[in-house]
Design a binder for this molecule. Structure first.
Ligand code: ZN
Length: 60
């Protein structure tokens, strides 16, 4: 089961949620810190604004 990284926009707390893709489509996780659902998913290996450099993918 994949793990998704989220960042709470309310309190700024990063957390991870383990759920299936189907579950991910149906509901949105809550922040374990403040309980709000104002969360933003963090994408692994995703860079914003360009730049350079390449990192080996984890796992493989
Ligand atoms: Zn929070």
């Amino acid at each position: 089961m994949p793990t998704y990284a989220y960042l709470c926009r309310a309190c700024g707390r990063p957390f991870e949620v383990q759920m299936s893709i189907r579950e991910k489509e149906e509901w949105k996780p809550r922040c374990p810190g403040c309980g709000r659902r104002k969360v933003e998913q963090q994408l692994f290996g995703f860079s914003v604004g360009g730049g350079g450099g390449s990192e080996p993918a984890p796992g493989g």
